[in-house]
Design a protein around this ligand. Structure first.
Ligand code: SF4
Length: 151
């Protein structure tokens, strides 16, 4: 079966900043058609669970709400995910929208005011550059249509 990267929180792993998850039921369909490789770039980058939430600022650096520069952790997590993607020659990923690591089309604007802007998270940006096709919990139907039509 083809391998696919999936944000671990979408699979029900309690790896979110608040110790909770973002489980989506549709992931069960994906599990039947792909070999899932769960990834959580923020955990892979050495950040704890739970942790202070972070956002990317206008200079491209990542700061926690309490003002700590956690850019190094985000870059380390990204590098580890990129290594996994290269090693397994991964072509697709399903990532959590709006996350400063995993967001594909939008992220929070860095002011911790709940405002989102067009852009992508640190890991998602690099996976895109590597040539992967990225889906989110909001665009997953297109992948589900593709696999259920072809199988
Ligand atoms: Fe989920 Fe990605 Fe955040 Fe980890 S870094 S909790 S996988 S959105």
């Amino acid at each position: 079966m083809e391998k696919i990267l999936v944000s671990a929180c979408l699979l029900g792993e309690n790896c979110k900043y608040n110790g909770k998850n973002n489980y989506i039921e549709k992931i069960e369909i994906i599990k039947k058609h792909f070999d899932i490789i769960p990834i959580c770039p923020e955990s892979l980058g050495g950040l704890s669970i739970p942790r202070d939430p972070s956002e990317i600022n206008k200079n491209g650096l990542v700061y926690s709400r309490k003002g700590k520069d956690v850019t190094k952790n985000f870059v380390l997590g990204k590098n580890r995910v990129i290594n996994i993607a290269k090693y397994f020659k991964i072509k697709k990923a399903i990532l959590k929208e709006r996350s400063p690591s995993c967001g594909v089309n939008s992220v929070y604007d860095g002011t911790f005011s709940g405002v989102t802007i067009k852009g992508s998270g640190i890991t998602a940006t690099s996976l895109k550059e590597l040539g992967l096709t990225l889906y989110t919990e909001e665009t997953l139907d297109s992948l589900i249509n593709e696999i259920t039509t072809n199988n």
